[in-house]
Write a protein that binds this ligand. Structure first.
Ligand SMILES: C[S@@+](CC[C@H](N)C(=O)[O-])C[C@H]1O[C@@H](n2cnc3c(N)ncnc32)[C@H](O)[C@@H]1O
Length: 195
């Protein structure tokens, strides 16, 4: 049998970088969360990675986002690996099984959707706090931060205050951004719970 290696990922912006980390951190049988389903691209990757024995919980406040994510999973027969919740991620702790290997946030507005519906500092901050408490040892919270849109810099300030307060004894915290882009471009934060 010929083994076809996965394609080389083009690292244009933080989302492909987050996918590269996901493919390394998520294994068969893991429980994971997509805190912002949007168009369902991240949920689909997570559903592929957790295998038949794992599970994905997906949250979004927009009905359209949940429907599109469900459609994407149905298309490849992976709907049974995911529970999609038309609810805010600030309710995270009420709905998921623990421990979680990954909680993924892709902040801001849904590409191609209503740009006035954005993630907000208060609810994002609450969901980030909950995520840390639900994380497995070695598990990660990943956040793609978009400072550029209206309201984005306020949310960035909340997220940055959250990471700044993490005790380095218990968490490994990383900030990764492309260098040859305009100021205010999106970037990736990764926080790993120490083993
Ligand atoms: C950048 S998009 C997510 C992109 C998505 N992960 C993908 O793969 O296409 C951000 C999403 O966050 C959602 N959102 C905003 N506030 C939310 C909240 N409190 N809880 C969950 N989702 C929220 C928006 O409706 C929007 O669909």
């Amino acid at each position: 049998m010929t083994c076809i290696p996965p394609p080389i990922p083009p690292l244009r912006g933080p989302v492909p970088l987050s996918h590269l980390f996901l493919s390394r951190f998520v294994r068969d049988g893991h429980c994971v969360v997509d805190a912002t389903c949007g168009n369902g691209h991240d949920t689909l990757l997570l559903a592929e990675l957790v295998g038949d024995r794992g599970h994905v919980w997906g949250f979004d406040i927009q009905h359209q986002a949940i429907a599109e994510t469900r459609r994407r999973l149905d298309e490849v027969g992976l709907s049974n690996r995911a529970t999609l919740l038309h609810r805010g991620h600030e309710e995270l702790a009420h709905h998921v099984a623990v421990p979680l290997q990954v909680v993924l946030f892709n902040l801001g507005y849904c590409p191609g959707g209503d740009r006035t519906i954005i993630t907000l500092p208060g609810t994002t901050g609450s969901a980030l706090e909950q995520s840390l408490r639900l994380l497995a040892a070695g598990g990660v919270v990943m956040v793609t931060v978009y400072p550029g849109h209206d309201g984005g810099s306020e949310e960035q300030a909340t997220v940055e205050a959250w990471v700044a307060g993490l005790n380095q004894r218990y968490f490994h915290s990383w900030r990764m951004g492309q260098t040859n882009v305009a100021p205010g471009a999106p970037y990736l934060l990764l926080v790993q719970r120490a083993s």
